[in-house]
Design a protein around this ligand. Structure first.
Ligand code: NAP
Length: 314
């Protein structure tokens, strides 16, 4: 067991965690950054990011996070690959039990992100990320100008994605496994009456076509009431069946809402009830979920840590 007490440990290396690393590094706090099993976070699964300010030509998602990581390293952030198994935030120093051993620290920024839920049908995994299957219309919708696309889901996210996609796509098939949407009435009304959106009720995806071509060529669906199978001739498939925030390792120590997202307190986006413990990015945000908003929360959490350590950190 190490008796070293870190100033700040940042858990997660998506936009939120890496931005927190840049800021805490630049504040001379020598942050230790814990990298899990998807270094770089969700951005590394999209091809091009066209809406991150400062990149008029767009920027590759992997390159963007890799650059933020280099920036953090320049300011003496240290990286360790491990998984958090459990935590004890009941007293100072805070304790993190990782797959590589125990870490003690004065402050923690949890930026573990959220994982999009996937349907698991054949072809989906193979064609995910730049090959036609995606989970973010805001990120990838503009690549499907004048093309036909499908949205899978039935909640507010799916309705929002479908409506957003009408700006680009020639037609949006909205595929839902039941005959009424789960989405709020206002969103459901907007989606179901939109001239570019065709509702495909009672239908579940059974296969994403195009694995041999290495690009989506269609979506095979099955009507769950009649059993009839058909193919939607789409080039893009937007899976919007919800997200799973990666908060379970911390759920005993940090308050979460009914969907599992961290619940910040005191009118802040990043403070928790426990002094020295902060959250940032998609693990506590199911509304905006953008690289730039995650980066902004990482910045906020880092500034909170700096102030907290200056006041109480010794
Ligand atoms: P959600 O409300 O949980 O909806 C998930 C949808 O995906 C459901 O309609 C579900 O079908 C469907 N689904 C689940 N697993 C599936 C599968 N394997 N195959 C096919 N369909 C599947 O998730 P969400 O839409 O991401 O919303 C999450 C929360 O964020 C909600 O509270 C929502 O109101 C909120 N949100 C709000 C806004 C807004 O206010 N603008 C925008 C986005 C999200 P069933 O209906 O049959 O279960």
């Amino acid at each position: 067991m190490s008796s070293n007490v870190e100033n700040v440990v940042i858990v997660g290396t998506g936009c939120a965690g890496l931005t927190a690393a840049v800021y805490t590094g630049r504040a001379n706090l020598s942050p230790l950054v814990i990298e899990g099993n998807l270094p770089g976070g969700q951005l590394t699964t999209t091809s091009e990011v066209e809406n991150f300010p400062g990149f008029p030509e767009g920027v590759d998602g992997f390159l963007l996070t890799d650059n933020i990581r280099k920036q953090a390293t320049k300011f003496n952030a240290r990286f360790q690959q491990s998984m958090i198994k459990s935590v004890d935030f009941s007293s100072q120093p805070l304790k993190l039990i990782t797959s590589e051993g125990e870490i003690l620290t004065k402050a923690v920024i949890i930026a573990t992100g959220a994982s999009p839920r996937m349907t698991g049908v054949p072809g989906e995994k193979e064609l995910y990320g730049g090959k036609g299957v995606t989970t973010c219309a805001t990120c990838d919708g503009a690549f499907y100008r004048k093309m036909e696309v499908a949205v899978i889901g039935g909640g507010d996210s799916a309705a929002e994605e479908a409506l957003f996609l009408t700006r680009f796509a020639s037609k949006v098939y909205f595929v839902h496994r039941r005959d009424t949407l789960r989405a709020s009435k206002i969103m459901a009304d907007r989606a179901t009456t939109h001239p570019k959106i065709q509702m495909v009720w009672d239908s579940a995806p059974t296969e994403v076509l195009g694995v041999q071509e290495n690009a989506v060529t269609g979506l095979k669906i099955k009507n769950v009431k009649t059993g009839a199978e058909s193919v939607l001739p789409v080039k893009g498939i937007f899976v919007a069946i919800g997200h799973q925030p990666n908060t379970s390792a911390f759920a005993s120590a940090v308050e979460v809402d009914e969907a599992g997202y961290f619940k910040p307190v005191n009118g802040s986006q990043v403070r928790t009830k426990t002094p020295g413990v902060y959250v940032a990015g998609d693990c506590s945000d199911h509304v905006y979920r953008q690289a730039i908003t995650a980066a902004g929360m990482g910045c906020q959490a880092a500034i909170e840590v700096e102030r907290w350590l200056a006041e109480y950190g010794g």
